[in-house]
Ligand binder design. Structure first.
Ligand code: COA
Length: 145
């Protein structure tokens, strides 16, 4: 089950997952993990039974575009389609809200994951939070009203 919540309602479940995956597993500095975009973002949470095992966020850039980020599934729950379900829930929400494009900063190791869901790599590789990244983009077809 995937639920989409505000940061106020999501943080107690989303942050422990982001801490485990980004800070403890990947070595991202703790002070970079929480930022000023969390309060205005929507957060998707994936549940197995009643336990939250994955999360990602949707940050609004303007009326037509938004950025996916902080995509994380606890290591022992990976490879079961949970990450894809989280991502698709945010893509569908953005599309329903009339967004026309989504962008994200993908870690190079995660590029094949996003490509499977239709995102396309753009531009050169660069370093962010100490890890190699590439920008990716997904154009959203308009939903007929
Ligand atoms: C990236 C991540 C969110 C994927 O979550 P997941 O639940 O394991 O992904 P899924 O099981 O939904 O995978 C969906 C598809 O992508 C593929 N995939 C997932 N991760 C992949 C990887 N690193 N390389 C290649 N393919 C990958 C899966 O094989 C699956 O393919 P299929 O549909 O043909 O079976 C998870 O590995 C993770 O949290 N990684 C650490 C944090 C991270 O790197 N986040 C990305 C930051 S940009």
């Amino acid at each position: 089950m995937i639920l989409i919540k505000t940061w106020e309602l999501a943080q107690d479940e989303a942050y422990p997952i982001r801490r485990d995956v980004f800070i403890l597993e990947q070595g991202v500095p703790e002070e970079m993990e929480l930022d000023e975009f969390d309060p205005g973002a929507l957060h998707a949470l994936a549940y197995e039974e009643s336990t939250c095992v994955g999360t990602a966020r949707l940050v609004y850039l303007d009326d037509k575009s938004a950025q996916i980020g902080r995509m994380a599934v606890l290591s022992k729950f990976r490879g079961r389609g949970i990450g894809a379900a989280i991502l698709m829930a945010l893509v569908k929400r953005a599309q329903a809200q009339g967004m026309s494009s989504l962008i994200l900063h993908s870690q190079v190791v995660a590029i094949p994951f996003y490509e499977k869901l239709g995102f396309i790599g753009q531009g050169p590789l660069y370093e962010e939070a100490g890890l190699p990244h590439r920008n990716m983009m997904l154009l959203l077809p308009e939903i007929a009203k």
